[in-house]
Structures are given as C-alpha cells and as structure tokens.
Design a protein around this ligand. Structure first.
Ligand SMILES: NC(=O)c1ccc[n+]([C@@H]2O[C@H](COP(=O)([O-])OP(=O)(O)OC[C@H]3O[C@@H](n4cnc5c(N)ncnc54)[C@H](O)[C@@H]3O)[C@@H](O)[C@H]2O)c1
Ligand SMILES: O=C(O)C(=O)C[C@]1(C(=O)O)C=C[C@@H](O)C=C1
Length: 401
C-alpha cells in the first residue's frame, strides 16, 4: 500500500507549546483528570464523529471517566470546551496508561502506528484496546503480531455514521439500534470480549461478532462500494455542471438521496478504500457488469428487463431491516406535497407543535417557483410519524412514504 502523508506528523511527540498547554490542564501520570480508585477509565484516541459519539455514550455513567487524546492542543481544548470528555490530554502515554478500555477512533491508515506505539507503553493489566475502523482484517493482523502483555486487542466497527465528521457532529444517539461488529481473534480472552460487549451496550447498538476477513468483504459491498459510486456519480455530474450550471440547479431529491455520502470525510475514506483495496477491486469488477447490463438493456430497448431490474431491486430494498434510532438520521420519515406559498412550513410546524408531535427535522426537497414542493419530515418516534400523518391528511395534505 502507498504511504499516505500524516496530517498529524508529530503524534506521540509534543511541541513545547503543547506540553505547556498540557501542564496548564493540570495532568499528571496515571491518576489523571480526577480519576478515583475503582473507576473505569475509558480513553478515546481521536475524538471525532465516532470517538466523540462513544465518549458521549460513556460520559456521566456511574463509575466511568472518559479521557480524550489528541496530539493537537487546540483539539484537546475543544474536547473540553464541548464537554464530550471528562479530561483531555496531548499525552498518549498519560491517556493510555490510565485506561481500562482504550478506543482507537482515528482514520484507518493511522491504526497500526497507534497499536505499535501502545505496544511500547505500560498498559494496565487487563486493558482492552479496541478500534472503530471501517476495515478489520489489517488492524486485527497487526494486533496479532504485537506483544501486548496483559492487555488485549479486540477489533470493533459500529455500523453507523454520517457524512459529517469531527467532534462537532458527535451524538450520543448515533449508534442506537445499529449493528456494532466485534472481530475478536480466537485467542482473545472471553472475559474481555464480554467486558467490552457490556460497555458497548451503553451505545444501545446490537453487538455482533464476526470474522475480520468476512467483515471486510461484506462491508466492502454495503458501505465502501456505495461511497465510491456516490463520489464517482457526483464527479460525473460536476463535470457536466462545469459546462452548464443548470445541472446543479435541477439536482433534486433523487440525486441528493443517492449522493449524501459523497460528502464524507476525504481522509477517512481515502484510508478505508486503500486498506480494503483487493476486496474493492473485485467489487468494482462486479459493479462494471451491473452498469454494462444497464447499457445493454438500453441498447436493446429491453423494457421488460429494465422493469424487472427495478422490481427486483425494490423488492430486496424493501426487505432490508429498518433501523430505528435518533438524532443524525431520523428514520421515521414522510414526504408531504405542499403548495408553493409563503408561510407553509410555519403553518405545518405550528400545527404539529400544537398537537405535541415532536418533529426532528424538516427539509424542502423540491422548491421551484410556482410549482408545488415536497417537504421531508423526520421524527424520532413511530408514534410521532403516525400522529403527524393523521393530522396532515386530515388537513388535506397528501402524505407519502
Ligand atoms: N464516518 C463514519 O460514518 C464512520 C462509521 C464507522 C466507523 N468509522 C471509522 O471511525 C474512524 C474515525 O472516523 P470519523 O468518522 O470519526 O472521523 P473524524 O474525522 O470525525 O474523526 C477522526 C478523529 O481523529 C483525529 N485524528 C486524525 N488523525 C489523527 C492522528 N494521527 N492522531 C490523533 N488523532 C487523529 C481527528 O482530529 C478526529 O478528531 C475511522 O477509522 C473510520 O473508518 C467511521
Ligand atoms: O450513514 C452514513 O453516512 C455512513 O456512511 C455510515 C457508514 C455506512 O456506509 O453505512 C459509513 C462507514 C462505516 O464504517 C459505517 C457506516
């Protein structure tokens, strides 16, 4: 794999300025940030979207203390200001040596370097190192080669996320009802897997175990391939748009729905794709067949085959389990046709509010002058969606799902 530049070239080594911020923050060694004996210390390396969301699930739980690490003093300050962690430090040694459970939440291309560095530290006996990387085979193989003493590594991957990144996007609800995959090596102590599973229950995710290689195959198809397709599609349209901006103006619900994930963090996705290269090259070969088959159907004016293709896709998609959770994506959604006149959003939200229906998001997905529009309404609870549907239909609106 090609080496990629490290935007954090000095991690593990601190500048004088960073050390001084660290001292000002009042950190010591091991007993850090107000830790008391008997407390479980959770260290989070890389408090971004996923690390920050985990921190929010654990912070404030009885007997738990969450410590965030970043090599950047400005990030450490931000973690504290936002209140996502109990304590933050620019010293990996300090965070890691105090940890009972340590989460590596950095881009996949940085995981192995951190594992190697952790292998050099005096970790607590029984310390569990885990990660959240979107690929599992390489990090598991790296951990298997390491001598971690009385600590152990258990790979992990929450199947939840967002196109947003950074601690600003973190949410305690991110993992609710999502799958959270663990990929323990066969020699991982069962008691450690159980301890980690018990902790992860606080995320309200469904914890499942899987072989790391199988994980990379499956997640390659349902996550990594779609991200490549979304980015390629946006770039294709971007090329047309450069010739004629009408492309961007007309891009509506369909384009936005399929391309949301093209806005995902470039560094995170660069690392994921390069790390799962062999699997993805195979999947792209299969994708080329799918695309070629559409071209063939069009060339041959094969109406029946086109219809069949959409029918089978719709049937399979319809069978996919619905994920019920909160915050970043509310899955209880409906679409409402609305006339184009001022104040329509206000009157809908007022009506829902009057009946105590909790709306979590409202989005105009079609808005052209003098043309009826479509609103997408999102709710966190099925009962809110049901109540909203009833109210809106009784007020004469057409509601679709
Ligand atoms: N984004 C998703 O939807 C998603 C979902 C599941 C798992 N993941 C995995 O989670 C991990 C983190 O992704 P994210 O979406 O939270 O990204 P993010 O950019 O929101 O967070 C990454 C964090 O790591 C920090 N960081 C980057 N390089 C670092 C380094 N060398 N040393 C220390 N800190 C460093 C960043 O400052 C940031 O705080 C990745 O491995 C990704 O594959 C992402
Ligand atoms: O919902 C999204 O935005 C995501 O991209 C989440 C998603 C996915 O592809 O489903 C992205 C990366 C992961 O490692 C796990 C989940």
């Amino acid at each position: 794999m090609e080496p990629v530049p490290d935007p954090y070239p000095h991690h593990g080594r601190q500048s004088a300025a960073e050390r001084s911020v660290h001292r000002r923050a009042g950190a010591g060694t091991r007993r850090i940030g107000g830790a008391r004996p008997g407390m479980t210390t959770i260290a989070i390396v890389g408090v971004g979207l996923i690390g920050g969301s985990l921190a929010l699930c654990f912070k404030g739980q009885p007997g738990m203390r969450v410590v965030g690490y970043s090599p950047r003093a400005s990030s450490v300050r931000k973690y504290m200001e936002r209140g996502v962690v109990d304590h933050a430090t620019t010293s990996l040694k300090e965070a890691a040596e105090a940890a009972d459970i340590l989460f590596l939440c950095v881009p996949v291309g940085r995981l192995e370097a951190y594992l190697l560095e952790l292998g050099q530290l005096q970790l607590r006996p029984g310390c569990i190192i885990t990660d959240v990387g979107s690929t599992k085979a390489s990090v598991s193989a790296c951990a298997a080669r390491l001598e971690l003493g009385e600590a152990c590594f258990i790979g992990g991957h929450p199947m939840a996320g967002s196109e947003r990144s950074g601690v600003e996007a973190a949410s305690a609800h991110l993992f609710e009802n999502a799958y959270y995959v663990l990929t323990p090596q066969p020699d991982a102590p069962e008691s450690a897997v159980e301890r980690l599973t018990a902790l992860l229950r606080l995320t309200k995710a469904h914890i499942v175990r899987m072989d790391a290689g199988v994980h990379d195959e499956v997640v390659g198809a349902i996550s990594h391939l779609p991200h490549m397709i979304a980015a390629a599609l946006v770039n294709q349209v971007r090329g047309y748009h450069a010739q004629d901006p009408i492309y961007g103006s007309l891009a509506a619900g369909g384009f936005r729905d399929i391309t949301r994930i093209a806005s995902a963090d470039p560094v995170v996705w660069r690392d994921i794709l390069l790390n799962n290269k062999q699997v993805l090259l195979r999947l792209l070969g299969d994708w080329n067949h799918e695309v070629a088959s559409f071209a063939r159907m069009l060339e041959q004016d094969d109406a029946e085959a086109i219809e069949a293709s959409f029918r089978s896709a719709g049937e399979f998609r319809g069978q996919l389990p619905e994920r019920r959770k909160g915050m970043i994506h509310s899955l209880y959604e409906c679409y409402v046709d609305v006339p184009d006149h001022p104040g329509i959003i206000g009157s809908i939200t007022t009506e829902l509010g009057k009946h105590r229906v909790n709306l979590s998001n409202i989005q105009i997905i079609e808005s052209r002058e003098d043309v009826p529009g479509v609103l997408r309404l999102s709710f966190r609870e099925q009962q809110d969606l049901d109540a909203a549907t009833q109210l809106l239909e009784s007020s004469g609106y057409a509601v679709h799902f």
